[in-house]
Design a protein around this ligand. Structure first.
Ligand code: ZN
Ligand code: ZN
Length: 390
């Protein structure tokens, strides 16, 4: 197996653009790649541009009538069919949307293939992580569900156990739905509580069905949760599940919208805690996945200058085994690029100046504490179904 990680990147992914008034500004992808290059990380990984996912790959998750509807809207945005979630406020249609959405999906699928075949240990696609897309509709800024497609491709290649861990501030509903009854896939999502945030799902009681009963785990965090609570919840749930499930591949989604500056949600997580969870996912892949097989994806993130590029540059550094020192001063060349593109001043350092710490669940919990109640609800709902103690 190559020691070098793969970074999936094609400049054309920045064509995933819902328009000027939409929060998912593709400048976040361009600025992330710019920051990766500014730190020389593009020389620490193999940068690979994969081809777009073809029809047969898209069909692993998506319905043929939906793919046809995306193609039609892509060719003529005026024909977008709202019955498929297309041409809506969240998912406006734009020319070429099928092509660029397939291209992003293709990067995640190729990342999964490379990891499965042992061509690399870790592969990153920060343009992916579009976890809300459903088999038959667009949702939540997502057209094709690249995490689900990557997992489905792993299953097609013969994988019997794939774990998906989603730490985006929003529930990973589309991935959960795709494998709801499939015992080969364990989906774990930590997110802001559905009572206060889109997509209003991800309750602890959602645990899968049929042969997949117990295959979905949801941690619904109270609005306002900060570093200590977020890290406590992650460590109270994820390592134990992975230690038991022993996935052949770990797929993680690192939406940066948990950050306290994010305009669309209400958690209060710092860049430093995001980095700590990325490092923990990397460690967990080495500890529990076959030969450290890890596919790491991006996701949401709407503080497009201040947060997203720094967050995912840390992700690339961790996967490359060349982590960026949080105290690093950001190269002025990148800050010039930020100003030229956005007329905003970019951040100066790779840290929010926090040193996150958390209390281990094993030391006990407080039944009156809202965070602990959330963790307990998840453990009580899902752990016994997996034969684990609450
Ligand atoms: Zn999100
Ligand atoms: Zn590693």
């Amino acid at each position: 197996m190559s020691g070098r990680a793969q970074l999936m990147w094609d400049d054309a992914v920045t064509g995933y653009d819902f328009g000027d008034s939409h929060p998912m500004d593709p400048v976040r992808l361009a600025l992330t790649m710019g920051l990766v290059r500014a730190f020389g990380l593009d020389r620490a990984v193999d940068v690979v541009a994969a081809k777009a996912a073809g029809e047969s790959t898209l069909r692993l998750v998506h319905r043929s009538d939906y793919v046809a509807a995306v193609r039609a809207a892509s060719a003529d945005p005026g024909r977008a069919d709202q019955n498929y979630g297309l041409g809506t406020v969240d998912d406006p249609a734009f020319a070429g949307m099928h092509e660029v959405s397939s291209l992003i999906a293709g990067q995640s699928v190729a990342a999964a293939e490379a990891v499965w075949r042992g061509q690399t240990g870790h592969a990153v696609n920060f343009s992916g992580g579009l976890h809300h897309a459903m088999p038959g509709s667009a949702s939540g800024f997502c057209i094709y569900n690249d995490p689900a497609l990557a997992i489905a491709r792993l299953l097609e290649l013969g994988a019997e156990r794939v774990a998906y861990v989603d730490v985006d501030v929003h529930h990973g509903d589309g991935v959960q739905a795709a494998f709801w009854e499939d015992p080969r896939v364990l989906t774990v999502s930590l997110h802001e509580h559905p009572r206060t945030l889109f997509p209003q799902t991800g309750w602890p009681e959602e645990t899968g069905a049929g042969a997949g009963e117990g295959g979905a785990v949801n941690v619904a965090l109270p609005a306002g949760t900060g570093d200590a609570g977020w890290l406590r919840a992650f460590h109270a749930v994820v390592p134990e599940l992975l230690a038991d499930f022993r996935p052949q591949v770990l797929v993680t989604q690192h939406g940066a919208d948990t950050h306290f500056e994010d305009p669309l949600a209400h958690l209060a997580v710092s860049l430093d805690a995001q980095r700590a969870v990325m490092a923990a996912c990397h460690d967990l892949a080495h500890e529990y996945a076959d030969e450290g097989r890890w596919v790491a994806l991006g996701g949401g993130g709407y503080a497009v200058v201040d947060v997203v590029p720094r967050s995912w540059t840390h992700l690339v550094g961790i996967a490359a085994h060349a982590p960026v020192d949080p105290e690093s001063v950001i190269p002025s060349s990148w800050r010039d690029e930020v100003y030229a593109r956005t007329r905003q001043l970019g951040p100066a350092r790779m840290t929010d100046g926090r040193t996150p710490s958390w209390k281990s669940w094993e030391e006990g919990y407080d039944p009156a504490d809202r965070l602990d109640q959330a963790v307990l609800a998840s453990r009580r709902a899902a752990f016994p179904l997996r034969g684990l103690l609450t």
